[in-house]
Ligand binder design. Structure first.
Ligand code: C5P
Length: 237
């Protein structure tokens, strides 16, 4: 196959507070990972699923239940380490798609858009959404814990013009060689990256945007999990 799809599912899910790694938390009767894999059987891609150490066998069972053939590998301490582990198992392919298992309700459309852009010659493609909230930078930054409510000891700085902002989603698509080069070039600095396209951009390669999808939201907090469950129960009815 020409394409590898790396599904990263090795996060701890601390912010979800379920006591299991996020991808293995139950949502409407199935794990987050199963929901994420369910609608991917149609993709002409070698699927690599990256999971926390100790969850490899579980992940194989879940993939089979979701109807996909997947190669399961063990992830690392950061998302970037997990992507690297996935890349090592991706084989000789032309394109690599990297997708967060936590975006478990992502429909086919962004996958199609990203694939089409790669076929048309893009080397890096990111689905994006406009930012709807007014956003400020903080002047006095403590150690940032995005899950904690804004602390009183955070001094608010300037508002950033939101018309210039986009939220990054996945699946992100890449020319496989370019993504591998980007990870090599980043070296240990990759640990600071939560976005693969950022590493490619650091090489000076162009990154193109395609429209993302509201349903590709990342399940991070308990409120996200509730939203996902209610959407899933509507779908199943
Ligand atoms: O933490 P966050 O929700 O931003 O993680 C995004 C995705 O990256 C999730 O699907 C998570 O499982 C994955 N991840 C990973 N390995 C890590 C950290 C996160 O595969 N060490």
């Amino acid at each position: 196959t020409e394409t590898a799809l790396i599904v990263v599912a090795a996060g701890s899910g601390t912010r979800l507070g379920r006591g299991v790694p996020k991808a293995f938390a139950q949502l409407a009767g199935a794990t987050v990972l199963e929901h994420a894999l369910r609608d991917l059987g149609w993709l002409p891609a070698r699927i690599v699923v990256v999971v926390p150490s100790g969850y490899e066998a579980d992940a194989s069972t879940i993939a089979a239940r979701a109807g996909v053939t997947a190669h399961v590998v063990t992830g690392g301490a950061t998302r970037a380490d997990s992507v690297l582990a996935g890349l090592a198992a991706a084989g000789e392919v032309r394109f690599v798609l990297v997708h967060d298992a936590a975006r478990a309700l992502t429909p086919a459309t962004p996958f199609d858009r990203v694939r089409a852009a790669l076929e048309a010659g893009a080397v890096a493609v990111v689905p994006v959404l406009p930012v709807v909230d007014t956003v400020r930078v903080v002047d006095a930054v403590r150690a940032v814990d995005v899950a904690a409510p804004a602390g009183a000891d955070e001094a608010l700085g300037a508002i950033v013009d939101r018309s210039t902002l986009r939220a990054m989603q996945t699946p992100q698509g890449f020319d496989a060689q370019v993504l591998r080069r980007a990870y090599e070039a980043a070296g240990d600095a990759r640990a600071d990256s939560t976005d693969d396209a950022q590493l490619v951009q650091a090489l000076g390669e162009p990154v193109v945007a395609v429209p993302g999808d509201e349903l590709a939201f990342k399940i991070t907090t308990p409120a996200d999990a509730e939203r996902a469950e209610s959407l899933l129960s509507q779908k199943e009815r």
